[in-house]
Design a protein around this ligand. Structure first.
Ligand code: C2E
Ligand code: MG
Ligand code: MG
Length: 617
């Protein structure tokens, strides 16, 4: 503590300030009371009620009075401090020069105020706002006493710094938030940009976090995010900042890095996630897809860099996740293209830009057209006819597939109804159903609506599902399929052989058809193993009472090979490419007319000679 007298080097008044109290010379209180006239009781009440601590000393700096607020704040009872010097409150944190300046001001102006840290009886420090007033007998006269008032700023300061922390940090992980990171990036940008020294923004998105979150529950997921945040911050240096952007996305700012070393730096951060995390006694293994953008080459401000890091991160996801991608301009064009595509696609249904094409499915033995597969196309303004391969995946990931799927179902059922009235009621029409339509739980309703609106025969409608649809929540899928089958709708497995469906499962689903994927059909005549596989599939399907369709039949050789192996139906360019409805209807009418002819009327190139009928390629 400082001292109370000049003898030990400090000014005599230092102690008064240290005490942070008001000092009144003996009798000052009485004088004040006298001045208040009949108000002595009022003054006493104020003295006791005041929230602010008050301390009074005589001219020799001996404490002569303290109020209850003083006792409460400092922990000292009045009888413990009376006669003592206020220096008993000194924290030792203020330098000597601080007191000197203060007492100079007091001497010159008779008053001083400011912030100071003192010490309570129990040794803890508190920060206070202190005002000291010297009271003189008359103007220019001797100081009779000192009055000091002070209040505790500790809580206020704590609240202030907590508010500051909250405004700049993420609540869940306690990591700096993007505001703070943006600020730090701004400072870093001023210092880099010469030679190979760059600033880098790295965005990490956890892979499959939704599934992990679902399995751990909300609280477990939060705990995992906290642990990941902590692990990431231990993987960086003190100059680098880790922040959470929200959800399962983290951002790392490298304020200054050698561009050639960035790949290693990014890898170093990922190493922090390599070990499994333990949440509620369970192990969680996580990986991340990472995109990196670099200042100044990839953007002039933090927000541009972050959005470019995001573009690169999506590229990492597309490349199979668990990897790092650095932003390039090509990626940006790709991303912009996808945005435009998505925005145009979202209006395609309402603007009537979708078309259905029909690819004939024929009986391999008789070459008679038995039906078709409905394949969607998009007449995109200014672009032309866009094949489904270019927009179905995007429609699925964005949810637009729901509207598109509903449109296709409605359209298909309308065609089936019309075909019946045209004498083509024997034709079936297959519609592709995507996994998302199933997952959203609306497929059943969509099919019912389409059937009812059109009035078509449900047994002519065939739904094509891929094996992947069947793998997700098999029990729910099975229940929906059962109900659809009860309505008479047919079911086929598309691209069979590319997934992992079990035969027992297909049997339980009461599937009607297997469509053997074109990759097997293509290999049929080249690869003996391929032929063995197709033969096994056909035999197995037969034993389960399923029909088989060979997809992608492009040549007569393919067609014959399939037929020899016992495949029932075929679809492919050899019989006809997907075509508009009018062309398909004509071909189908021709086919049924030829089928009705006696055998002698058949052409030599196949029962129907479809290839010469305008359907072939
Ligand atoms: P998919 O269901 O397996 O349809 C068969 C695809 O193979 C069609 O391509 C068809 O034109 C093509 N193809 C047919 N025969 C041959 C052949 O001999 N050789 C070759 N190389 N290809 C042949 P498309 O029309 O481009 O459709 C591609 C995929 O888009 C479809 O594969 C299907 O998965 C999806 N798709 C098409 N329409 C829809 C739809 O309405 N909804 C959904 N969810 N997906 C659809
Ligand atoms: Mg299909
Ligand atoms: Mg297929």
């Amino acid at each position: 503590m400082g001292s109370d007298s000049k003898a030990d080097g400090a000014t005599p008044l230092e102690g008064v300030v240290a005490a942070g109290a008001v000092m009144v010379a003996a009798g000052a209180l009485g004088a004040a009371q006298a001045a208040a006239g009949g108000g002595s009781r009022l003054l006493a009440t104020l003295w006791h009620m005041a929230q602010v601590a008050v301390l009074v000393t005589d001219a020799q700096l001996r404490i002569v009075a303290v109020n209850p607020a003083f006792e409460q704040l400092t922990g000292y009872a009045e009888h413990e401090v009376l006669g003592a010097k206020p220096s008993l409150l000194q924290s030792g944190l203020q330098p000597h020069a601080f007191y000197e300046a203060m007492w100079q001001a007091l001497g010159a102006h008779g008053v001083w105020q400011g912030e100071i840290t003192n010490r309570r009886k129990d040794g803890t420090h508190f920060h206070e706002f202190l005002k000291i007033q010297a009271i003189r007998a008359d103007e220019g006269g001797q100081v009779r006493c000192y009055v000091a008032t002070f209040n505790d700023l500790t809580l206020e300061k704590a609240a202030q710094s907590q508010a500051q922390h909250l405004a700049s940090h993420d609540l869940l992980t306690g990591l700096p938030n993007l505001l703070l990171m943006r600020d730090r990036a701004g400072q870093a940008m001023g210092q880099v940009g010469s030679g190979s020294c760059v600033m880098a923004v790295m965005l990490l998105d956890l892979d499959h976090f939704k599934a992990i979150n679902d399995s751990l529950g909300q609280a477990g997921g939060d705990e995992l995010l906290r642990q990941i945040g902590h692990a990431l911050s231990t993987g960086v240096t003190s100059a680098e900042t880790v922040s959470r952007r929200g959800g399962d996305e983290f951002v790392v700012l490298f304020p200054s890095a050698d561009a050639t070393l960035l790949p290693q730096m990014a890898q170093r951060v990922l190493v922090a996630l390599a070990d499994p995390f333990a949440v509620n006694g369970r192990e969680a293994v996580v990986s991340a897809s990472v995109g990196v953008a670099v200042y100044p080459s990839d953007g002039a401000d933090f927000d541009t860099l972050l959005s470019h890091a995001e573009v690169a991160m999506y590229q990492a996801k597309e490349s199979g996740r668990r990897c790092i991608r650095f932003f390039t301009d090509d990626m940006n064009q790709g991303a912009r293209g996808r945005m435009d595509l998505l925005s145009d696609l979202s209006r395609a249904v309402s603007r009537g830009e979708l078309r259905l094409h029909f690819q004939p499915v024929v009986n391999l033995a008789s070459s008679v057209v038995v039906g078709a597969e409905a394949l969607v196309r998009w007449e995109r303004p200014g672009v032309g006819l866009v094949p489904p391969g270019e927009f179905i995946a995007l429609a699925e990931s964005s949810g637009l597939i729901m509207g598109i799927g509903q449109w296709v179902l409605n359209e298909a059922c309308q065609h089936l109804a019309r075909w019946r009235s045209m004498g083509l009621g024997h034709l079936h029409l297959a519609v592709n159903v995507s996994a998302m339509q199933f997952r959203q739980g609306q497929l059943e309703q969509q099919v019912s609506d389409a059937l009812e609106r059109s009035g078509c025969d449900p047994s002519r409608l065939e739904l094509e599902l891929t094996e992947s649809v069947l793998m997700v929540r098999p029990d729910e899928v099975m229940a929906v399929i059962r109900r659809l089958k009860q309505r008479g709708v047919q079911l086929s497995i598309d691209d069979f052989g590319t997934g992992y469906s079990s035969l027992a499962y297909l049997r339980r689903l009461a599937v009607d058809k297997l469509k053997i994927d074109q990759s097997f059909v293509r290999d049929l005549t080249i690869d003996p193993d391929g032929a063995a596989i197709v033969r096994a599939v056909i035999q197995m399907a037969r034993s389960l009472g399923l029909k088989t369709v060979g997809e992608g039949v492009e040549t007569q050789v393919n067609r014959r090979a399939l037929q020899v192996l016992g495949c029932d139906l075929g679809q492919g360019y050899f019989f006809g490419r997907p075509i508009g409805v009018a062309d398909f209807e004509q071909a189908a009418l021709r086919s049924s007319a030829v089928a009705a002819l006696p055998p002698s009327g058949l052409g030599a190139g196949g029962r129907l000679g479809l290839r010469g009928s305008g359907l072939g390629s």
